[in-house]
Design a protein around this ligand. Structure first.
Ligand SMILES: *Cc1c(COP(=O)(O)O)cnc(C)c1O
Length: 393
C-alpha cells in the first residue's frame, strides 16, 4: 500500500517505536508476530465470526434521505453506532484479544480516558475469560462514573492513576509501567492508531473492516464502490483510519478528517492537533502533537471525551503532511448543534465525537450527484447528560 507503513514502522517522517529499553522485548515480540497472526486463515475465520455474530457486523450503510435533501448530495451514514458496546472500538478490541490469545497471554491491560476503550476491552476479556486490568485517571473515574461501573460489572479491575493531571496520559504511564513489570504473560491493548509501531498499523488493520464493508455497500446502493467524499472524526484517529483505509489508494476519493476545535482553535481550550501542533514524540511514536515551545505536552480540551487527545496517530500526521487527506476542525457548539439536528432529522442520537463529523457537512459544497460517506463512530447514549445540560432541557 502506497500510504501504508514501511518495513521500519514509518509513514514518511512519522511513526517508529520510541520506547524505553525495558519495553523493547514486549514490542519486539508483537512486531515479529502480528502480521503472520493476522493473516492466518484460522485467525481470520475467528475474527470474522465474532464480528458477525457478537458485534453485529456488517454495520449498515444508511442512506440518510432527509440529510441528502438538506445538503444537496447523497449522504450515507456508516453505522458503527449500532455495534455491540456502541462504537467502532469493539472491532479493535476483538482483534487484539484474539491476537493476545495466540501469543499465549493470560492477562490484559488497557488505559482509558472516557472509559469507552476500557469498556470494549473489559467486554472482550469477559468474552474470553481473561483477566483484565484497566488504568484510568482519578479525575476521569469521577467524570465517567457509569463507565467505571460497566467495567466492574464486566469483571475488570479498574486501577486509578493518581499522578500528574490524573487523566489519560497518567493512565497510559501506569499501564506502560505495568507492562514493563509483566512482559511475559500480559498484552497491552491500545485503543487507537497511536503508540509505538506496530500498534498504529495493527489497529488500522482491525478497523479497516469499516471501509471494506463500505465499498461493497456503496456498490449496492449506487453502482459505484467509490464515493466523492469520506468524512470521519479524529481523536487518536482509529475510526477515521478504518473509514479511510480501503480508499487511500483511490486518489479521487476526498478524505476529510474532523478534529475537535473545543471552544475555538485560538481559545486555549482546543484539541485541534494539526492546527495547533508541531512534530514531536508522543506515546511512543513520532507524530504531530500539541506542545509548548520547550516540548511539554499541552492539555487538550473538547466537550467530547473521545476527541480530547493532544496528538493524532502517525499515519494521520503523514496523510496531513502530504495532503492526501484534509484536516479541519469543528467547535463544541457546532458539534452539539449537529448532534441535535441528526437526532431530530434522522432519529439517530450520535455520540458527540460523531457529531463533529456531521457538523462538517454545514461547511461543504456538494454537487447533487456526489456520494458522501460519514462514519457515525458511536451512539449518543453515553452523552445524554452532556447534551441535556448543554441544551438546558
Ligand atoms: C473513542 C471514540 C472516538 C475517537 O477515537 P478514534 O481513535 O479517533 O476513533 C470517536 N468516536 C467514538 C464514538 C469514540 O468512542
Amino acid at each position: 500500500m502506497k500510504y501504508g507503513v514501511n518495513e521500519h514502522g514509518y509513514y514518511g517522517d512519522f511513526g517508529g517505536a520510541y520506547i524505553p529499553e525495558m519495553l523493547y522485548p514486549n514490542v519486539e515480540e508483537l512486531r515479529q508476530q502480528y502480521i503472520n497472526i493476522i493473516n492466518d486463515e484460522g485467525f481470520k475465520a475467528e475474527f470474522d465470526d465474532l464480528l458477525k455474530n457478537y458485534v453485529g457486523r456488517p454495520s449498515p450503510l444508511y442512506h440518510a434521505k432527509r440529510y441528502s435533501e438538506k445538503y444537496g448530495a447523497n449522504i450515507f451514514f456508516k453505522r458503527e453506532d449500532l455495534n455491540h458496546t456502541g462504537s467502532h472500538k469493539i472491532n479493535n478490541a476483538i482483534g487484539q484479544i484474539l491476537l493476545a490469545k495466540r501469543l499465549g497471554k493470560k492477562r490484559i491491560i488497557a488505559e482509558t480516558g472516557a472509559g469507552q476503550h476500557g469498556v470494549a476491552t473489559a467486554t472482550v476479556c469477559a468474552l474470553m475469560g481473561i483477566e483484565c486490568v484497566v488504568y484510568m485517571g482519578e479525575i476521569d473515574m469521577a467524570r465517567q462514573a457509569p463507565n467505571v461501573s460497566r467495567m466492574k460489572m464486566l469483571g475488570a479491575t479498574v486501577r486509578p492513576a493518581s499522578s500528574g493531571s490524573k487523566t489519560l496520559k497518567d493512565a497510559t504511564n501506569e499501564a506502560l509501567r505495568d507492562w514493563i513489570g509483566n512482559p511475559v504473560d500480559t498484552h497491552y491493548i491500545i485503543g487507537s492508531v497511536v503508540g509505538p509501531y506496530p500498534y498504529p498499523d495493527m489497529v488500522a488493520r482491525f478497523q479497516s473492516v469499516i471501509s471494506e464493508e463500505t465499498k461493497k455497500q456503496l456498490l449496492e446502493h449506487t453502482g459505484n464502490e467509490l464515493p466523492q467524499y469520506v468524512l470521519a472524526c479524529v481523536g487518536g484517529g482509529s475510526n477515521a483510519m478504518g473509514m479511510f483505509y480501503h480508499f487511500l489508494d483511490d486518489e479521487q476519493v476526498k478524505l476529510v478528517a474532523i478534529e475537535a476545535a473545543g471552544k475555538g482553535v485560538d481559545s486555549g481550550e482546543s484539541a485541534a492537533t494539526t492546527f495547533l501542533g508541531q512534530e514531536g514524540v508522543l506515546h511512543g511514536s513520532r507524530t504531530i502533537l500539541m506542545q509548548t515551545p520547550d516540548g511539554q505536552v499541552v492539555e487538550p480540551y473538547s466537550i467530547s471525551a473521545g476527541l480530547d487527545y493532544p496528538g493524532i496517530g502517525p499515519q494521520h500526521a503523514h496523510l496531513y503532511k502530504i495532503n492526501r487527506a484534509q484536516y479541519v476542525s469543528v467547535t463544541d457548539d457546532e458539534a452539539m448543534k449537529a448532534g441535535l439536528l441528526c437526532s431530530q432529522m434522522e432519529g439517530i442520537i450520535p455520540a458527540i465525537e460523531s457529531s463533529h463529523a456531521l457538523a462538517q457537512l454545514e461547511k461543504m459544497k456538494f454537487d447533487i450527484n456526489d456520494n458522501v460517506v460519514i462514519c457515525l463512530s458511536g451512539r449518543g447514549d453515553k452523552d445524554l447528560d452532556t447534551y441535556i445540560k448543554y441544551f438546558g432541557y
